[in-house]
Design a protein around this ligand. Structure first.
Ligand SMILES: NC(=O)c1ccc[n+]([C@@H]2O[C@H](COP(=O)([O-])OP(=O)(O)OC[C@H]3O[C@@H](n4cnc5c(N)ncnc54)[C@H](OP(=O)(O)O)[C@@H]3O)[C@@H](O)[C@H]2O)c1
Length: 479
């Protein structure tokens, strides 16, 4: 048997450290040998939970299957693992010490018969890997990472259309991931509202946030899909703090009624994720007479966010995340064109891109306006991800690009980062792709004037309608 024993002190509570480490999929963030990890059993982490961890070792690539043997909340986790070369038992204790937690990490290796002769030679390498892993864990838990500025590749891509487009693909995510930092901030019990959470990026975001213990409200328009999403997420993650609200977000009456219900409930909102979206071909109007893309992609997040602002202000460090699209790079802000007239020249992609450009401008305006109130507002674009939305709205595009499309999880990764990472709370009014800030203009012709931005804000304010009426009504009730 070979034994490794390492100790590290971190300035985090035992509960936070235990929550982070006991979900052993986080091993990819701190153990340099771990390249991929997933939880194979559904539900919350418990005795019997199985994790699969792929490691790149000097002796070759191995897949370790770990089973949780013992769990003592905030104190101890014991995992036993097995691969073709050895069995292993990891005993990780979390000791409450003044100002933080002492992590006591003991790993016992039992080499398989033919490998035992190698064990003596491997001792030094194993010791140094053990030291690096626990040092990596301590570094992750320090949680003092910077927001990544664009790399040289990003800077070139942000000036040229074709390289920028290549970053939208799965390759862009692969490159971006190399500079990802661990996300160890706890979001347990933080209330996060996600629109369009029934499929694609919204669902993938909900999965990851649920896994991290956030308290989720999913805004979905279809009751059957909503119930299924909540049930699946609860089963998969063991998180029971997940509920849904029904709203067709292209209808302002639904948006306003959702706002009223949530305000009545009074639960502060830590993170609001404006994700719901669709591309409309041919042009169509809502039953309220608004063109669909304008209603769903711009007016709806505007009204919802303005309406929920009192609940955001009740949270300690609220964040708003607007999901835009790389399509916006083709358009300048043009307020006249937002109301997309019914002409033969209508293009769903153009209408979509214009609303997303306006949402980006709105993100920047809100960030500046709400800075003093402590609300952080950022936008992200997911690149190109293979979601039900892309499959139904852009079948030809999907056919051509299917081999390079990201998964929903890869597309949603930056939404999760903006909601969770400590460093993401330190910037506002920016656009992110793969956890790094990117330019909001690829082409100089899309740069709009201050005058046009003010026109947008006036135009949206003139559409506040019932938000103001409702706020006046609730103010008169309170007085
Ligand atoms: N996938 C990409 O490559 C990509 C690229 C750039 C930007 N985006 C943006 O990412 C966001 C998510 O898109 P996705 O690709 O994940 O598409 P998706 O799979 O179609 O998901 C869109 C979500 O929005 C919901 N939604 C649509 N219309 C709604 C309405 N009127 N009221 C309430 N909810 C509504 C959908 O609900 P139903 O299930 O009921 O339809 C669904 O849950 C969108 O804002 C999209 O513009 C995606």
């Amino acid at each position: 048997m070979t034994v490794l024993h390492e100790i590290a002190d971190v300035k985090r509570s035992p509960e936070e450290v235990y929550d982070y480490v006991s979900d052993f999929t986080t091993t990819v963030e701190w153990d340099a040998t771990a390249v991929a990890a997933r939880k194979l059993t559904p539900g919350a982490v418990a005795v019997g939970t199985i994790f699969e961890v792929e490691c790149a070792l000097p002796i070759g690539s191995i897949t370790l299957l770990y089973t949780v043997k013992t769990l003592q909340a905030n104190m101890l986790i014991v995992l036993s693992g097995s691969c073709r070369f050895f069995d292993i038992e990891d005993t990780i204790s979390f000791i409450d010490v003044p100002g933080g937690t002492r992590i006591d990490y003991r790993a016992e290796f039992f080499f398989k018969p033919l490998m035992s002769t190698l064990a003596g030679f491997a001792q030094q390498g194993l010791e140094s890997m053990g030291r690096d892993s626990v040092a990596g864990l301590a570094r992750a838990l320090k949680d003092n990472f910077p927001v990544e500025t664009p790399t040289a590749t990003d800077k070139v891509a942000d000036k040229l259309v074709l390289p920028a487009l290549s970053l939208f693909s799965r390759l862009g995510y692969k490159l971006g991931r190399k500079r990802f930092h661990p996300m160890t901030a706890s979001v347990k019990h933080k209330h996060m509202v996600i629109t369009g959470a029934s499929s694609g990026l919204g669902y993938a975001t909900a999965q990851e946030l649920a896994r991290r213990g956030a308290d989720l409200t999913l805004v979905v328009r279809d009751r059957v899909k909503a119930e299924k999403a909540v049930a699946d997420l609860k089963l998969e993650t063991g998180n029971s703090d997940i509920r849904y609200e029904l709203a067709d977000l292209s209808l302002m009456a639904d948006v306003d009624s959702l706002v009223e219900r949530m305000k009545k409930n009074g639960r502060p909102i830590d993170v609001l994720i404006n994700n719901a979206g669709a591309l409309f071909n041919p042009r169509s109007e809502t039953s309220e007479g608004l063109e669909q893309s304008f209603a769903l992609l711009l007016l709806s997040p505007y009204r919802l966010t303005e309406g929920l602002k009192p609940l955001l202000l009740m949270a300690s460090s609220p964040r708003v995340i607007n999901v835009v699209s790389g399509g916006m790079y083709s358009q300048a802000l043009n307020v006249e064109q937002l109301l997309v007239p019914d002409t033969p020249a209508y293009s769903g992609s153009e209408a979509y891109a214009r609303q997303k450009r306006a949402l980006m401008v709105l993100t920047q305006e809100w960030a500046a306006e709400w800075e003093g109130e402590g609300i952080v507002v950022n936008a992200m674009h997911p690149g190109w991800a293979d979601t039900p939305g892309v499959r139904s709205a852009l079948p030809q595009f999907r056919k051509l690009t299917r081999h390079v499309l990201r998964s929903s999880e890869e597309g949603a990764d930056t939404i999760v980062w903006l909601a969770v990472a400590t460093e993401a709370g330190s910037v506002s009014g920016k656009l992110f792709l793969d956890r790094a800030e990117h330019t909001v203009h690829l082409l100089s012709k899309t740069k709009g004037s201050r005058q046009e931005t003010e026109k947008l804000m006036d135009f949206l304010a003139s559409n506040r309608g019932s938000i103001d009426a409702a706020q006046r009504a609730s103010a008169s009730v309170e007085t």
